[in-house]
Design a protein around this ligand. Structure first.
Ligand SMILES: O=C(O)c1ccccc1NCC(=O)[C@H](O)[C@H](O)COP(=O)(O)O
Length: 276
């Protein structure tokens, strides 16, 4: 089988982890760091889709996206524009991000901050926490089930929330078996880079919405996209490229913050427009 982009990224991460264990961690825990509102509660309590707005300089699928942006400025624009959380891609070789981006943003922004990296070892969780993360990403496809559970439990024991990312039914079952509270459904196929919002529609229907916050990740371009996944029952969207290349971020965020599916449905019922 040929090597996928995820395989290539994970090979780099194994080297990074070895180096990190050799060199040790850089950041001191900030004693003044205030407890932020939990992403889970904020996204579940809202009657609109909430937005995780991403700082994304570049990506394997698109190359350079916006490499000259200043992360703290961009995160402030997101915060003022109504985002519910900030995601920072901290991987350097493939996304041109840094842990320092995360550290600086977390010092200045009061929204929960997600460390979006390819985490395979506890030391990366310690580093993310020290740099100011409130939430970490774990990707089911990046590891076996024992390791996924171990890292999930370790992160939650450190008072971090976990966004557990899945791409298919088999990964979703794994996420459910460790009782992940926040499940990210990635619409991007990491082998072909193709984006299909049908992935969210298919997998969201298999998740218990009462106890899970569901995030649809990747490929959001228009309000129609948001409405489509809202109908599938999601609580939030993770959006990178579209916001990184927009000159009207606040307007875009407001357009994406459509009503959640159940509210949309009751509006239509009230207007006598809901069928089936
Ligand atoms: O974005 C990529 O090309 C990519 C390739 C391989 C692994 C992960 C990748 N992206 C990480 C993400 O999950 C996205 O940055 C995030 O969902 C936002 O996506 P988008 O709104 O399409 O920029």
């Amino acid at each position: 089988m040929s090597e996928t982009i995820l395989d290539r990224i994970l090979n780099e991460k194994r080297k990074e982890v070895r180096e990190l264990k050799f060199l040790g961690l850089n950041y001191q825990d900030s004693p003044l760091k205030e407890q932020k509102k939990s992403l889970y509660s904020h996204f579940k309590d809202s009657d609109h889709l909430e937005i995780i707005a991403e700082i994304k300089r570049a990506s394997p699928s698109k190359g350079d996206i916006n490499i000259h942006m200043e992360p703290v400025d961009q995160a402030s624009i997101y915060e003022r524009g109504g985002a519910g959380a900030i995601s920072i891609l901290t991987d350097t070789p493939f996304f041109k991000g840094t842990m320092d981006d995360l550290y600086r943003v977390s010092q200045q922004i009061s929204l929960p901050v997600l460390c979006k990296d390819f985490i395979i070892d506890e030391i990366q969780i310690d580093r993310a926490k020290q740099a100011g993360a409130d939430v970490i990403l774990l990707i089911a496809a990046a590891m076996d089930q024992d390791q996924l559970k171990k890292l999930h439990d370790y992160a939650t024991s450190q008072n971090l929330e976990v966004l557990l990312e899945v791409h298919n039914e088999e990964e979703l079952v794994r996420a459910q078996s460790i009782e992940a509270k926040i499940i990210g459904i990635n619409n991007r196929n990491l082998k072909t880079f193709e984006v299909d919002l049908g992935t969210t529609e298919h997998l969201a229907s298999k998740i218990d919405r009462a106890k899970t916050a569901i995030i649809s990740e990747s490929g959001m371009k228009t309000q129609e996209d948001a409405e489509r996944v809202a109908k599938a029952g999601v609580d939030g969207l993770l959006i990178g490229e579209t916001l990184m290349t927009s000159g009207t971020v606040a307007e875009m965020i407001s357009n994406f913050r459509v009503k959640k599916g159940d509210t949309l449905k009751s509006d239509l019922v009230n207007k006598g427009e809901f069928t089936s």
